[in-house]
Design a protein around this ligand. Structure first.
Ligand code: AFP
Length: 421
């Protein structure tokens, strides 16, 4: 409950901040200046200043021209998430409503990051005693993070429906007053790593506003829920924005609004996400694979053949691929995005669709990967083309460098391997 109160306070501040950022963007519009009043003192001051300018003009030239000085970037200049969003707003890539939703997600992530950091000393490790709709044991931090995320999204007033890994059904937001964006999220992915202090993350996606699923239609809850589910079950190629936040040695928020991928690192001293990874591009080809090989025995023979081939040094100039696996999608994905290679969670004999959820794991990560020049596939289909039939639908996921993903598809589909550039 204490966490909820802090979340509410943080979000209230955020709403104020976003409102003032709206005001600041309107300041950019030309403003008509009132005519200057005629005052003798003002005239004298203007005359003195004109004389100073004249004296400067006839004196020796200054060391650096004034124009160059004005264009020089201050060594203290920062591009924060807030100023980056304002720039996108100014150029018309996003509107103020979407910027507000993204800001409120960033606030939720700051708060979750701080809870994760202190989990071991604040009695936040361990189980909550409940299971979610997918039958998984919920950790205390799963439950709290879900509350923090939901609070921020509700209080920003721009979300119509939210769907979380931790909720059975999508929820229509009562507090919305405009925007009505559909937001899907996994508030704390990889939470089984929490108690060991290993990297975890939040994943999110934002879809077009949908006014169809409204809390006012509550007199027919079943029909309302059907509309909500329908509005949430959209293909990844409809995403307006996708992102994740990694809680690790630093807290890093990685984001795309469909124009490249940008990473922001939280500066804990000023409490701001600062642009640290502009226009991320995934290497065309990498040297690392990231799979839970404990499942090898239950994979298809094609899947086994793919991993066998990555280990076969004779195919790769004498050095096999390296294996890295944390078991935390955000951590494994972030490394893959920066270093290249492939992350995969295949289907197996017991779970033909694997473990990962399409809406708030596979689709956002695939959008980010494609925007960075990589690929996201089920092995047989582009992930972003799949329209979910249910909120918590699972799909196999292979994301990473284009070459490794295409090579995987060729092995699974018994087709020739792609050419190497
Ligand atoms: P948890 O949230 O239960 O830790 O699951 C994490 C996850 O959804 C994803 O982040 C990992 O990549 C994947 O599952 C790990 O699953 P395995 O433990 O089966 O490898």
């Amino acid at each position: 409950m204490a966490a909820a109160v802090t979340a509410a306070a943080a979000c209230a501040q955020q709403v104020q901040r976003t409102v003032s950022s709206k005001a600041s963007s309107s300041l950019l519009a030309p403003v008509a200046r009132p005519a200057a009043a005629f005052r003798p003192a003002a005239v004298a001051a203007r005359r003195a200043s004109a004389l100073r300018v004249l004296a400067q003009a006839t004196a020796a030239p200054a060391a650096a021209p004034a124009k160059a000085d004005a264009n020089k970037k201050s060594q203290y200049a920062l591009q924060t998430l807030t100023t980056w969003l304002l720039d996108l707003e100014r150029e018309g890539t996003i509107d103020n409503e979407l910027a507000t939703v993204i800001s409120s997600i960033a606030t939720a992530c700051k708060q979750i990051g701080s809870l994760v950091n202190r989990a071991g000393i604040s009695n936040l490790t361990g189980l909550a005693g409940e299971t979610n709709v997918q039958g998984e044991d919920q950790k205390k931090l799963d439950v709290i993070s879900n509350e923090v995320f939901s609070n921020c999204l509700r209080q920003c007033g721009r979300t119509g429906i939210i769907a979380s890994e931790e909720e059975d059904q999508p929820v229509a937001v009562e507090e919305t007053f405009s925007g009505e964006y559909v937001v899907v999220f996994d508030p704390l992915d990889g939470s089984s790593n929490i108690d060991a202090g290993i990297s975890v993350g939040s994943i999110f996606g934002v879809y077009e506003p949908s006014p169809e699923c409204r809390i006012e239609d509550m007199d027919d809850p079943e029909a309302m829920m059907q509309k909500c589910v329908l509005n949430v079950c959209q293909a990844g190629n409809e995403l307006l924005c996708a992102g994740y936040t990694l809680y690790s040695s630093s807290t890093i928020l990685v984001l795309t609004v469909g124009k490249g991928v940008y990473g922001f690192t939280l500066d804990p001293l000023i409490g701001e996400f600062v642009l640290s990874h502009p226009d991320i591009k995934i290497p065309e080809k990498g040297k690392i694979y990231s799979f839970n090989e404990g499942n090898y025995q239950s994979w298809s023979k094609e899947q086994q053949a793919y991993i066998d081939s990555l280990k076969d040094s004779s195919q790769w100039g004498g050095k096999p691929y390296s294996s890295r696996y944390i078991g935390s999608l955000v951590g494994d994905f972030h490394r893959t995005l920066l270093y290249g290679g492939i992350y995969g969670y295949p289907g197996d004999a017991k779970n033909p669709n694997g473990k990962l959820r399409l809406l708030y794991e596979c689709a956002p990560m695939s959008m980010i990967c494609e925007q960075a020049g990589g690929a996201g596939s089920t092995g047989f289909q582009r992930v972003l083309d799949i329209v979910p039939t249910k909120v918590h639908e699972r799909q196999p996921l292979f994301v990473g460098s284009k070459w490794e993903v295409e090579y995987l598809e060729s092995v699974l589909q018994n087709k020739p391997a792609p050419h190497e550039n």
